[in-house]
Write a protein that binds this ligand. Structure first.
Ligand code: ADP
Ligand code: MG
Length: 348
C-alpha cells in the first residue's frame, strides 16, 4: 500500500479527476485552491483554501504533502519555485515557466525543428503596422490565456482601432492557419525514454473552446507518426515527468503544426477514462508518484462532448444513460455561459 500524499494546486474538474484517480491508487490528495467551493473539494482527502500568494496557507498545504503537482499552468513561477524548495514540484517549475509564455514556448518548439504557426512578438500597437504579412492573424496575450480568452482575430491593421486592446500586456501575433483539423497527443513521461502515449485525438472547437473530441482521429499515417514523434521529442527535451498534452493544427495541405503545449492533463483526454485501461489522470499520478508504469491498452473507440453553460441542465435531469454513455458532472455551483460544466463520453 502506498503511503504517498500528493498536493495538487487547483481544484477544478482536472483536479477532481486527478484526485479520483489518486484514490484508486491509494494516494492521498491535498488540494490547494483559491475557490472555497472548488469542485475537487468533493474528491480529495484534504482541502486547503487561500489565495495562491498566501504564504501562510501555502505552507499549511506544503506541510501536509510529500510532493506537489498542478492542474493548471497559470501559476506564477516564483510560487512554484518557492514550493519546490520544500517539496518536489512535478512537472518542474522551469517547464511551467517556459510553457506558460506563448513566445518562449514557440521559440522552444522551433529550436527542436518542429513546425509552429508563424509568429511575432508585439509590444505596442505600432508594431503591427508593418506586419501585413502576418495577417489575417490572431493576436494573443503571451500569458494567462485559456479557452480563447485574451485572443483577438485580426484581418487588417485598420481593425485594431476598434478593438481597444490593452497594450500594457505583451502579445504575440500568429498567422492564421487554414485549418483542416485539430488533433492532440497526450503523453505521460515516466523517466528517460519511458513513456505511455495515447493515439492522436481529433478535436473540434467552437468559439475557440473545445467542444468535441474523438478517437480514432481521421488522419493519414504520416501525421499519425509525426505527431507522436514530436510529442515524444518535446517531452524528452523538457525532461518532463507526468502527463502533458501537445495540441496540433493540420492545414489544408496536410502540414502539421504544434499549436501549444499544456503541462498538465487536458480536456481532450477525458475520453481516456473510459476508452483505455489507464486514464491520463491515473498515468499522471503514477508518473509523478513513481508508481508502476502499466502498458496502455485501448478498450474502445470513443467520442466526448463538453457540456458548456446551461447545456448541463438537461443531462443533470436525465435518470438513465445508455450502457456506452458516461456522464460527468463537475459539480460547479454556478452555471456560467461557456463555462465547462461537465462532459459526456460515448464508447463507439
Ligand atoms: P487557448 O490557450 O485558449 O487554448 P489556443 O492558442 O489553443 O489558445 O487557441 C484556441 C483555438 O483557437 C485553437 O484550438 C484554434 O481552434 C484557434 N486558433 C488559435 N490560433 C490559431 C491560428 N494561428 N490559426 C488558426 N486557428 C487558431
Ligand atoms: Mg489551446
Amino acid at each position: 500500500m502506498s503511503e504517498i500524499t500528493l498536493g495538487i494546486i487547483g481544484g477544478g474538474q482536472l483536479g477532481s479527476m486527478l484526485a479520483i484517480a489518486a484514490k484508486k491508487l491509494n494516494v492521498k490528495t491535498v488540494i490547494f485552491c483559491d475557490d472555497v467551493d472548488a469542485p475537487a473539494k468533493n474528491f480529495c482527502s484534504q482541502f486547503v483554501t487561500g489565495d495562491y500568494d498566501n504564504k501562510k496557507k501555502m505552507s499549511e498545504f506544503i506541510n501536509q504533502v510529500d510532493l506537489v503537482t498542478y492542474e493548471f499552468e497559470n501559476i506564477p513561477f516564483e510560487t512554484l519555485n518557492e514550493i519546490n524548495k520544500f517539496k518536489p514540484v512535478m512537472p518542474k517549475p522551469s517547464v511551467n515557466r517556459l510553457i506558460q509564455h506563448r513566445l518562449a514556448e514557440k521559440d522552444f518548439v522551433n529550436k527542436l525543428n518542429i513546425r509552429t504557426t508563424r509568429y511575432v512578438s508585439i509590444e505596442k500597437k505600432s508594431d503591427i503596422d508593418a506586419l501585413e504579412d502576418f495577417l489575417p492573424g490572431i493576436l494573443k496575450t503571451t500569458t494567462l490565456g485559456y479557452d480563447g480568452k485574451g485572443q483577438y482575430p485580426i484581418k487588417s491593421v485598420k481593425e485594431l482601432d476598434s478593438l481597444n486592446i490593452d497594450f500594457s500586456k505583451g502579445y504575440i501575433l500568429e498567422k492564421l492557419v487554414k485549418l483542416k483539423k485539430e488533433i492532440s497527443i497526450i503523453i505521460t513521461r515516466f523517466s528517460n525514454n519511458k513513456y505511455e502515449i495515447y493515439e492522436p485525438i481529433e478535436n473540434t472547437h467552437e468559439d475557440q473552446i473545445l467542444k468535441y473530441s474523438k478517437i480514432p482521429a481521421e488522419i493519414n499515417e504520416k501525421i499519425l507518426s509525426q505527431s507522436k514523434d514530436w510529442a515524444m521529442l518535446i517531452a524528452e527535451e523538457l525532461k518532463y515527468v507526468g502527463t502533458m498534452c501537445v495540441e496540433f493544427f493540420i492545414d489544408r495541405n496536410d502540414n502539421l503544426y504544434v499549436n501549444e503545449i499544456a503541462p498538465r492533463v487536458h480536456n481532450s483526454g477525458h475520453l481516456t477514462i473510459n476508452a483505455f485501461n489507464v486514464s491520463q489522470f491515473e498515468n499522471h499520478i503514477r508518473a509523478v508518484c513513481g508508481l508502476e508504469q502499466i502498458p496502455l491498452k485501448k478498450i474502445s473507440n470513443a467520442k466526448m462532448m463538453n457540456l458548456l453553460g446551461d447545456q448541463i441542465t438537461q443531462y443533470r435531469n436525465m435518470l438513465k444513460f445508455n450502457d456506452n454513455e458516461f456522464f460527468f458532472d463537475y459539480l460547479k455551483k454556478d452555471i456560467k455561459e461557456k463555462r465547462k460544466m461537465g462532459h459526456i463520453t460515448t464508447l463507439v
